[in-house]
Design a protein around this ligand. Structure first.
Ligand code: ADP
Ligand code: MG
Length: 275
């Protein structure tokens, strides 16, 4: 039978100061629709502060939709509807008093295709995160360097801060996007197949960056690469949609359990590449 398992609780009640433990994320009974088409069915997951959670499952089972729900991008999609609760550090992300822009400041997103501003310099790409988030009164040079260091890119670009972002390699552009997200000190970083467009070496760099960020940022990564899920995550959630059935979490738990001792035979089939 299908079951939904909480990964790890509990989440702190309030947002921490910069440098302290980031807030965790939790969804309770989240369902989603596009018009009449139900695409997610009661997804309840808890992503502990500073943990790395991998979302796995075949295409079309709602992983990207779930990520967009987490940072309120879902409500920007025409015809999109939502039920259930999303909590960041115990606070309702969909509280009418919480502004979507403030939510997205605390929950950054990186996409499959690196999307830095190509004509903007490396420096300004990272600093643009601050401007978009309305953050003023910080030492920009310091923030940019710190974000680039945390993204594992500083050594490669410290002499190229005035080069256009578009002049970097694909893998560097992806780490630049990570740095742009990190500049505003988010609690959560959502990554939607961040390595799918990258070569193995660049992929490895991103994985190293994720490992460095563990504990500092709560990370949720969608990946089709099972080795990658096993390498980077501590917890895994396996999503599956049926024919004419919305996506659900078939099984969630510690990554080792999902890979070594899955409870559901469909999980075993999926992680071993049998469908
Ligand atoms: P995944 O990321 O797991 O491949 P998605 O979240 O992209 O899955 O898609 C889940 C389902 O929602 C699919 O059936 C897809 O066609 C549908 N869907 C995604 N985005 C939209 C949209 N903007 N409008 C209508 N349907 C959508
Ligand atoms: Mg997707």
């Amino acid at each position: 039978t299908l079951h939904e398992t909480a990964l790890l609780g509990p989440v702190p009640a309030a947002s921490p100061a910069a440098g302290a433990t980031p807030a965790g994320l939790e969804t309770r009974g989240v369902s989603a629709w596009f018009g009449d088409h139900k695409v997610l069915e009661r997804v309840s997951l808890s992503m502990a502060p500073g943990s790395v959670t991998a979302l796995i499952g075949p295409s079309g089972c709602g992983k990207s939709t779930y990520l967009r729900i987490l940072n309120r991008m879902h409500e920007m999609v025409r015809g999109a509807a939502l039920a259930g609760e999303v909590l960041l550090g115990g606070q309702d992300v969909y509280d009418p008093a919480a502004r979507p822009a403030d939510v997205r400041k605390r929950i950054g997103m990186v996409f499959q295709k690196p999307n830095p501003f190509p004509a903007m310099t490396v420096y300004e790409n990272v600093a643009s995160g601050l401007r978009l988030a309305g953050i003023k009164g910080v030492d920009k040079d310091e923030v940019v360097e710190d974000a680039l260091r945390r993204a594992g890119l500083w050594n490669e670009v410290q002499g190229r801060l005035r080069s256009p972002g578009g002049a970097l390699s694909g893998g560097q552009q992806q780490r630049l996007c990570i740095a742009r997200s990190l500049a505003v000190s988010p609690d959560v970083l959502l990554m939607d197949e961040p390595c799918s467009a990258l070569d193995p070496t660049s992929t490895r760099r991103i994985e190293e960056t994720i490992a460095q960020l563990e504990q500092q940022v709560t990370i949720v990564i969608v990946t089709h690469n099972m080795q990658q899920a096993a390498r980077v995550s501590r917890h895994c959630a396996f999503f599956l949609a049926g024919e004419d059935q919305p996506g659900r979490v078939v099984e969630a738990g510690p990554t080792e359990q999902i890979f070594e001792h899955p409870v559901d035979p469909r999980t075993a089939d999926y992680v071993h590449g049998r469908f």
